[in-house]
Design a protein around this ligand. Structure first.
Ligand SMILES: NC(=O)c1ccc[n+]([C@@H]2O[C@H](COP(=O)([O-])OP(=O)(O)OC[C@H]3O[C@@H](n4cnc5c(N)ncnc54)[C@H](OP(=O)(O)O)[C@@H]3O)[C@@H](O)[C@H]2O)c1
Length: 385
């Protein structure tokens, strides 16, 4: 029996991971030993009681939480996730924390676990090769959970030829049929109404703006070491991505749009032990559309900075700040892109002649994130609000 820790256990991916781990084969082969949240203490308590967890981490809390709860060691504060992970020393860590804070979680997971099942795309987006090189140095497995990257990972299993192109698929998000002129003033509820996937709030907003596809573009580049990447819209999200070879053959990954499938695969890899519903391929049309960059300007910007880790880091940091402001009602949907554009440009200017624009250690990564957040916040306060 292997032990597994779930960072972000209260979130959309974390909860689906728990569902997977309840299923046949998974429950006989895995013991959940720990988990972490930002502040969802109730969900954490529920997990402690249900799975008799060894240790948990909670970053922020209004209550005075004691060091143990029902026999479980509880860590609190900024490094709580890493400390609880270290305490559990799990065979596998599943990183489903949202946002930049996942980077530190992933680095600790690489220290303590043989396998990292990675949902937190920011770990790769914000650090470039840094996280992957660290995993390679310690001979750890990184298995992607993002459905597109899981698909590509699976398509390349057993392949000895390198594809000449990756084609990421996208649903187009909740605003895909809105007139472009209407995008300026859409409401939070309209943006959160995703046509296919049920996900956390930030990623749902990021799907509508294709910032999420931009982050996936960066992630794919580092994971698969291929720069020739296209994006195609597949509205019903049946094709989760494609790889194209020199002879023109395109391999596609077909499956239902349910995150439990790639979550399960990241845990059971190289086997498939998850039993699930089957798609009815006779009744489903597979159709692809080109991306309209006027509708999704973030993706155009993303292509222009692909492979430049500090700028990708700035892109992500600005989006985190802007999406938070959008969800609170302080800025408009279209301001998210403006904030990202402004921040990326500022970072490019500030570091233009400086060698420190390359990432040599985690402090460099943290520094660019911090400066970018300040630029984004200032822009929102002084220019938009
Ligand atoms: N949802 C999907 O379908 C999907 C698909 C592909 C990839 N992903 C990726 O998976 C990651 C998680 O996404 P999600 O949709 O599951 O997010 P989510 O529903 O918002 O859940 C985020 C989880 O991370 C915790 N968390 C947030 N900030 C934290 C911090 N600073 N320190 C420690 N823990 C923190 C949250 O705890 P609290 O509950 O206490 O806030 C929660 O457990 C993201 O990187 C996303 O891009 C998600």
């Amino acid at each position: 029996m292997k032990s597994i820790f779930i960072a972000g256990i209260s979130g959309s991916i974390g909860q689906q991971a728990l569902e997977v781990l309840k299923k046949e084969w998974f429950k006989d082969n895995f013991k959940i030993v720990g988990g972490s949240v930002y502040k969802s203490w109730d969900k954490l308590k529920e997990a402690i009681n249900k799975y008799s967890l060894k240790s948990v981490g909670i970053v922020e809390s209004n209550e005075n939480i004691s060091k143990t709860f029902n026999g479980c060691r509880v860590f609190t504060g900024v490094d709580a996730v890493e400390r609880s992970m270290e305490f559990c020393n799990p065979d596998y860590s599943l990183i489903a924390t949202s946002g930049f804070s996942g980077v530190q979680n992933t680095l600790k997971a690489i220290d303590v676990s043989q396998r990292v099942c990675l949902a937190n795309k920011e770990s790769i987006v914000c650090g470039g090769n840094y996280v992957l090189d660290y995993a390679a140095k310690l001979k750890r497995e990184i298995i992607p959970i993002d459905s597109e990257h899981s698909a590509i990972f699976q398509l390349l299993m057993g392949e000895t030829s390198t594809p000449e192109k990756i084609i990421l698929t996208a649903s187009g998000g909740s605003l895909r049929d809105y007139p472009v002129e209407a995008l300026e003033n859409v409401s939070v509820d309209e943006v959160l109404n995703h046509p296919v996937w049920s996900m956390g709030k930030r990623i749902t907003v990021d799907s509508a703006s294709m910032v999420n596809k931009s982050l996936e573009l960066f992630e794919a580049y580092y994971l698969f070491k291929i720069k020739n990447i296209d994006v195609a819209i597949n509205r019903n999200s049946r094709i989760h991505s494609m790889v194209q070879f020199s002879d023109g053959v395109i391999k596609m990954h077909y499956g239902l749009a349910d995150m439990k499938i790639p979550i399960a695969f990241s845990i059971s890899y190289p086997e498939r032990n998850f039993v699930f519903d089957k798609p009815d391929f006779f009744s489903e049309n597979i159709h692809f559309e080109k991306v309209d960059f006027d509708r999704y300007p973030s993706l155009k910007l993303a292509y222009s900075i692909l492979g430049d880790a500090p700028l990708q880091n700035a892109f992500n940091a600005a989006d985190e700040i802007a999406v938070d402001s959008f969800l609170k009602g302080s800025i408009k949907f279209a301001d998210i892109y403006r904030t990202i554009y402004k921040t990326v440009n500022e970072i490019q200017k500030q570091f233009l002649f400086s060698k420190s624009l390359k990432f040599h250690n985690i402090d460099d990564i943290l520094k660019v994130d911090k400066i970018s957040r300040n630029i984004a916040k200032k822009y929102i306060m002084e220019v938009i609000e």
